[in-house]
Every structure is written in C-alpha cells, then in structure tokens.
Design a protein around this ligand. Sequence first.
Ligand code: UD1
Ligand code: UDP
Length: 380
Amino acid sequence: MKKKISFIFGTRPEAIKLSPLILALKKYPEIETHVCVTGQHRQLLDQVLEVFGVIPDVDLALMQPDQTLGGLTSRAIAAIDAYLSNYKPDMVLVQGDTTTVFCAALCAFYYKIPVGHVEAGLRTWNKYSPFPEETNRVLATHLSTLHFAPTANSRNNLIKEGIEPTRIYVTGNTVIDALYLALDKVTANPPAISNLPDQIMVNGQQLILITGHRRENFGEGFRSICRAIKKLANQFPEATFVYPVHLNPNVQGPVFNLLGNGKNIHLIQPLSYLPFVALMNRSTVILTDSGGIQEEAPSLGKPVLVMREETERPEAVEMGTVKLVGTDEAAIFEETSTLLTDDKAYHAMANAVNPYGDGKATDRIISTCLKFIHEEGRCD
Ligand code: UD1
Ligand code: UDP
C-alpha cells in the first residue's frame, strides 16, 4: 500500500514555502501526496496556489472576516480532526508558526501521526513577539517528530529547548527554493503589476516597497508607520512608495484612512507572488514587518528595514542586509532617508548574500521524510 503524506496549511506564506515541496513530492509514485488547506486565508492563499499550480484535495474553507484567534483555532481543530480521522495519513507536514500550523500539529499528535515541521527553531524568546506566532512555534516544535531547521542558529535554538539533535535537520529555508522558481518565471515573462502605472517598473526612480500585518503593530504601531511613510513621501517627491495592503481589516483601516493614495504613494491590493517578486526586484528599499520578506530580500540584494522591535531571523541582521527599526516614526524616517541619500550606507546593506538557503531545501527535506517514512514511520 502507498504511504500517505499530507500537507496541511492555510495562509499565504505557508503556501509559498510548501509549494516547492508539494510539487517535488508529487513526483514520487510510491507516495500518495495529499493537500489539505484550512483556508485560514482565502484570497491570499488562492493567489499562491494558482501561481504554483497546486490544487488542494481538501479545502476546509475556515476563514471568517476579522476572525479571532480563539474562534479560528476552535474551527480549525474540529475540521482538521475530522480530516485526519477520515484520510489517515502516515505523516503530516506543516510549515511555520500560524494558527493552522499549531492546530494541525496538535491534531496529528492526538492521532500519533508523525509531524514534520518545516522552518523549525525560529525564536525571539519573547512569547508576545511576534504574537501569537512565537508561542505557536514553540508548541509546534514540541508536537513534531522531525524538525527542519533553516539555519544552524535555529538548530541551536531547538537543542536549547531539549529537542533530540538527531531529529533536527539543517536544510535551508524553502522560501529560497520558491523565490528561485518565481524568478525564473518572472524573468521569462515579466508580469504586469495590477493598479500600478507601467512606467513605474522601468522609470529608474527610487522605489520604496512597504508591507505590514503583524498583530503586535495594530493600533499605534500602524499609525506611526503611516505617519513616517507620509513624511518620507513629502521629503522625497521623486521617489515612489508602493504599499500592497494586507486584507486584514485591522491593517486596511488605518492604512487607507491615514495614507490614502497620494501623488507618489500607491496603496494597492496584495499582489500575487510573481508580481510581488518582480516588485521586490525593482525596489530600492523594503520596509516591512513580514517574516518571509526578511528571508527573500537578501537574495535580491535589497536592503530591508524591519518595522519590529525584535526578529527571530537574526542571520541577515548579522550579515548587514536587514536592520531592525521598530515602529517609531522618527526612526523609520531617519533610517529610510539615510538609505535614499547616502550611497555608502546603501551599498553597505545591498549585498546579494543569503544566509537562509541555497534553493535546495526541498530536496533535503523530501529525502529525510522518505527515509523516515520507509524506515521508521512511527512517532512513539
Ligand atoms: C496570519 C498569521 C500570521 C502570518 C500572516 C501572513 C496567525 C495567527 N496569523 O495573519 O502568522 O504572518 O497570516 O499573512 O496565524 N483576510 C482576508 N483575506 C485573506 C486573508 C485575510 O480577508 O485572504 C482578513 C480576514 O478578515 C481575516 C483577517 O484578515 O479574518 C485575519 O486573517 P488571519 O489569518 O487570522 O490573520 P493574519 O493577520 O492574516
Ligand atoms: N507576498 C506576496 N504578495 C504581497 C506581499 C507579500 O506574494 O503582496 C509574499 C512575500 O514575497 C513572502 C510572503 O508573501 O514570500 C510573506 O507573507 P506575509 O508577509 O503575509 O507573512 P509572513 O512571512 O510575515 O508570515
């Protein structure tokens, strides 16, 4: 009988980081590869599935507008439990630190199905930052059997928490595999960027790309970020500020209210992955609180200012391509202004080196999973 491996995921970043694994595992005829999406995100998830041509076998369609953490968690546990009890996979693969990841790992644990955790071992050691992701990561770790750590640093974090070293595999991050797949497509066929005038992609002027969605920045954090962007747009009238605004109503509200579309500020819908990669590649500087973008941008040689107080991804900060600036209006203004005016400061950050992977994480993770499922296959 074929062994069954289920991928369970629900949001945009999980879909981006798992798609290379799904596409690769489907090439193994001895494995039944099953894709279960929770639909924690709807539009943002579907955009990614379309880009990679991944068709879910099961869609739990859980998203509700402005969902609460507890509400989503209870719906996800009920629905994933029913899925696992019906499909009975031999192994479950999850990625990252979302509510979907925690719920899928917990449900699989209850059935004693081994869980492989992709992107294991990221830590800030502050359980409220990022919230609730730091705690989701810790919980997912302790519910998992195989731990795919992107870097040596994340491996050390897992060892500090008592995880058996022989169950930790340093693989690189699959986001780099996804980025390379996307760059090939973007280069072969440059995508249009919806709601953005075509000349912005080719006019050679400075372009500041902005994204943000973290819960700990809701309220004053987002207001302060918006004030800084407005001030920068006035100070640098020749530069273009492009902000694909996350669909969370707690983000849309303040961003559209405080920023609005100005002469050189473009608030646009979240972009599908290929146009977003093209825009990252075109940008001068990226301002973000995103996790994935901190990992991708160094491959493109783009300086990243992270609008958070701390990061679980210290590697690129140590290499100098990423800088933490928090959400303070003056700090964001000063640091961005420096990068836009000081060539030396800019070039010190714009290095195309990436500590997060070489684009081969997929192969390492798959070969480990296949070995495990054929030789052991149990978690107790
Ligand atoms: C979630 C993850 C976060 C991840 C982020 C990636 C949790 C707790 N949070 O945050 O770790 O970094 O995704 O983007 O797991 N919405 C839509 N359409 C969509 C997506 C979201 O309308 O396609 C709106 C809905 O009103 C939804 C709300 O955004 O209720 C919040 O979505 P949710 O997944 O709970 O939180 P995110 O902030 O997106
Ligand atoms: N991304 C995208 N379109 C956008 C903004 C981001 O495709 O409009 C991609 C980005 O390249 C990265 C991922 O989404 O791979 C990051 O997702 P997000 O910031 O929502 O989540 P996080 O990584 O913070 O969990």
